[in-house]
Design a protein around this ligand. Sequence first.
Ligand code: FES
Ligand SMILES: [Fe+2]
Length: 423
Amino acid sequence: MARWPKPAEGSWTQHYPELGTEPMSYEDSIAPEFYALEQDAIFKRAWLNVGRIEQLPRTGSYFTKEIRAAHTSVIIARDRDGGINAFHNICRHRGNKLVWNEFPREETSGTCRQFTCKYHGWRYGLDGSLAFVQQEEEFFDLDKSALGLAKVHCEVWAGFIFVNLAARPRQTLREFLGPMVTALEGYPFDRLTERYCYKSEVGANWKLYMDAFQEFYHAPILHGKQTPDNFSIAAQQAGFEAPHYQLDGPHRLVSTSGVVTWELDPSMRKPMEDITRGGLFGPWDTPDLGTMPAGLNPAGCDPWGLDSFQLWPNFVILIWSGGWYLTYQYWPTSHNTHTFEGNLYFVPARTPRDRIAHEMTALTFKEYGLQDASTLEATQMMLESRAVRTFHLNDQEILLRHLHKVAADWVGDYQRERAEARQ
Ligand code: FES
Ligand SMILES: [Fe+2]
């Protein structure tokens, strides 16, 4: 499906006739029935990123991930052989949630030798095997070797841990990611281990927040107050259009050129940026990360700003030219709510100055994220009124069309398979 570089004539959208140019419906973001289908068709079948291997530094390291959209919680753990395994977080005795701390709905992490159930003390090894049953002799025909934790498919790519909740995933993780995403291999993700993590509950469908981060049409308006007046007035007059969009299977990419903040006229910058040497574009002192992989900056922008890889269904890897990156995850909790997670990754600070620049970048990101989220509840609320049912998208909003089409396609495939199975 990848047809690039930039089309010589016509618009981006017109080069993908399957996307159409007609007004779009947002029924897929407001109908509880559509969300119920997405849960089975998407979240129980796609590869989902749950974290990075640095979160599991040693034998016995584990963390849990609540995947409400798939009605489960998963334990991801490093075993004695260094392997990474995922299990449904449920005890084989009477179904208690196995790993949690204080609050059963919250995620947790730590290091242990075994997982012990809080209810009757059954114990499981790091590889999921059932190791101990309290008063075992009182049970009837209990075969411990057949009562390990229920496994979840788990694969790692470039240090990113993915799980798949299908009984038999239709593709390996690599096949699923496809050529556009795997061309990021070689980016030194393993060196960028200083992590800042933010989480928030958002009162909008998960796809609406993804939409807010896959076009830059809103940037001069919605983020207009974020920069000194000189800058925002200039930005509004110029408008903004990204130079490159790319589609590959269910995944998407937008690439932008960039003016580096520190090369701007000082009147265009905030005093805090000068003091901390950091801001939206990242720390000003850029680490040397060596040669970049072929998949980055696919349009050859100079100066290049960032690439935002939108991995189906709910994961984004956003790589900035300044030697750092972000990830976003959107975890649906109902048809009109989701949990958003944003992570920033830097080469670990060696000096207090580095650290301050990272902190400033993280705070600036949080400010932007709040601005991006600020319209979502308002949009959700009024979409639900159904007073207007179709909406006009411009050429810069091509990735939105693609996201909503992929969701419809996966739901459609699932419905067809279900209907065939019934015949
Ligand atoms: S439910 Fe876990 S030991 Fe009984
Ligand atoms: Fe934004």
